[in-house]
Design a protein around this ligand. Structure first.
Ligand code: CAA
Length: 516
């Protein structure tokens, strides 16, 4: 099944990007939109993207013209008759998609491949609209399509293996990495990504953290290319909502239950970048305008925080407490860091000082040790999520003066900072560990291998390391601890450490069975 010519039905953000990918790979593409204005806008999207590449020196004018010249406009499924593969990229409505498939049956060649870029609907349900469901396959690209390297090739029980093989081969010709998956809600990448994004939206709407801090926790704390709220804007809140609705229907649970703010913003027309605004405004450029940050990479040398009392939660808690010896190492590391910055630091809780800092871990827990040390009013918690990012925790008893001194301290230490409430996971962990849990559960379900999970998230979502690699890096024991604390704190089964994780952590092996 050689694919020499293709057609793309629907030239919105994704459709235009996919058409560009085909044309760049040398394939003639028919770009189809029924509405003339939508067709013109779709073609303009393609040429604007190519012009940007010329302006950045990535394409010559001649290459740009050749690529643009491979795209021919079309106004309906009948214009796809010459294509060996037709991909539909129309809105996520099953009825509409089935209608297009049925029309392709009538007007197209019976041997052409019909692909769907659906990110939320069942490929099986879409394929059932064709009299030849064996030729229908999912070909799921990621936004921005010209950049993200993953293509999920989704097969149904009825997909002809030769069709799946041809589409897999085509994805390789496009310079993409195909991962073959079966038809399950969210496939691999969206089933992991969307619940994590949804959780971030919920943290914002419940006032857990600010918009800027949530996004900074993901980029600076986890190392992801975009913050979750900015990424929701890129994907589109309506699209995200559609994926979540399907995930909720198939799997249930709090992770997939859309945060009400997603629906509210969508209803208000704030669908993200494409709607001119979502969580952020996009007045002129694509970059989100941000003004609400407590996050900062502190460059100036601010006020002296005075002498700092460092409280070790283990020592403060006394015998019998659940704190572990490695928690004391955290306090020692923090004390050295503060001293190295030329700031006076004491480990004696009764020494007069302006600020007491509890060296917390990602499980949090400031008030207990602070109260035990008799310093509840002037205590904050500090956790180094990375060597460059501090999570700063004020309790309801922390005085404004102590908070200001703590902010001066992190600034003097040259750390970027996000504020987090004193809840298990703090902010970085609250985003990260349930996300890792979802990935572990997917592996435990047998839906995807650890390697597939990591490939999907690195190639589809630009993660520098996949979830399995992140899990190995933080340590399985720490993941169990934080999830157990989150589960105990919230009572939500979506946070319970999964049995596979607990077993592997106990046995000292990774999820792949290799020693850690
Ligand atoms: N079209 C074409 N090229 C683009 C582009 C676009 N829309 N946006 C960015 N690029 C290119 C740039 O030209 C640049 O190319 P060079 O390196 O060759 O110069 C490269 O991508 C990097 O771009 P920038 O330097 O401008 O910006 P960046 O480094 O911040 O990267 C990003 C931007 C690639 C979008 C990056 O932030 C990223 O990977 N984000 C994660 C995106 C993601 O998760 N996508 C998946 C969403 S889920 C989905 O789509 C599936 C679904 O069904 C919902």
């Amino acid at each position: 099944m050689e694919i020499r010519a293709v057609a793309v039905i629907g030239l919105g953000t994704m459709g235009a990007g996919i058409a560009e990918v085909f044309a760049r790979a040398g394939l003639p593409v028919t770009g189809i939109e029924a509405d003339p204005a939508a067709l013109a806008a779709g073609l303009a999207r393609i040429t604007a993207s190519l012009d940007k590449a010329v302006a950045r020196g990535k394409l010559t004018q001649a290459e740009r013209d050749a690529i643009a010249g491979r795209v021919t406009p079309g106004s309906g499924p009948a214009d796809a008759a010459g294509a060996d593969l037709v991909i539909e990229v129309i809105p996520e409505q099953l009825g509409l998609k089935r209608q297009i498939i049925a029309e392709l049956d009538r007007s197209g060649r019976p041997d052409s491949i019909i692909a769907t870029n659906t990110s939320s609907l069942s490929v099986t349900a879409i394929a059932a609209a064709s009299a030849h469901p064996g030729r229908v396959v999912g070909m799921h690209f990621f936004n921005p399509a010209p950049v993200m390297r993953l293509v999920e090739v989704v097969t149904t029980v009825g997909t002809d293996p030769a069709v799946a093989a041809a589409v897999t081969e085509l994805a390789r010709r496009l310079g993409k990495t195909p991962v073959q998956v079966t038809d399950r809600a969210g496939f691999v990448a969206n089933a992991l990504l969307l619940p994590y994004l949804n959780h971030a939206a919920r943290l914002l709407e419940t006032g857990y953290a600010t918009r800027a801090d949530i996004d900074a926790a993901a980029t600076e704390g986890i190392g992801l290319p975009m913050g979750p709220l900015a990424l929701l804007d890129l994907i589109g809140l309506d699209t995200s909502l559609a994926v979540l609705d399907v995930l909720r229907h198939e799997f249930g649970g709090s992770r997939a239950t859309p945060a009400p703010i997603l629906r509210r913003l969508t209803d208000a027309g704030r669908t993200g970048r494409k709607g001119g605004g979502g969580f952020y405004d996009y007045p002129e450029r694509d970059a989100p305008a941000s003004a609400d940050s407590s996050f900062s990479a502190n460059a100036d040398r601010p006020a002296d925080p005075g002498t700092v009392t460092l409280i070790d939660p283990v020592a403060a808690a006394g015998p019998g407490d659940a704190a572990r010896p490695d928690h004391s190492e955290r306090a020692a590391d923090l004390a050295s860091l503060i001293a190295a910055a030329g700031i006076s630091v004491t480990r004696n809780p009764s020494h007069p000082s302006d600020l007491a800092v509890v060296a917390i871990g990602p499980q949090g827990g400031v008030l207990g040790p602070a109260t035990a040390a008799g310093r509840a009013a002037d205590s904050v918690g500090l956790h180094l999520a990375t060597p460059a990012l501090a999570e700063l925790v004020a309790t309801p008893l922390t005085s404004p003066g102590a908070l200001a001194a703590a902010q001066a301290l992190v600034a003097r230490l040259g750390l970027a900072v996000v504020r987090a409430p004193d809840r298990p996971g703090l902010l970085v962990g609250a985003l990260l560990y349930p996300h890792l849990r979802d990935a572990i559960t997917m592996v435990a379900d047998g839906y995807a291998s650890p390697a597939d999970v990591d490939a999907a998230m690195t190639l589809g979502c630009g993660y520098p390391r996949g979830p399995m690699r992140m899990l190995a890096d933080v340590g399985l024991g720490q993941a169990v601890d934080v999830l157990a604390a989150m589960h105990a704190g919230y009572g939500d089964p979506a946070f319970a450490p999964p049995p596979l994780l607990v077993e592997c952590a106990r046995a000292g092996i990774g999820l792949d069975g290799q020693p850690t």
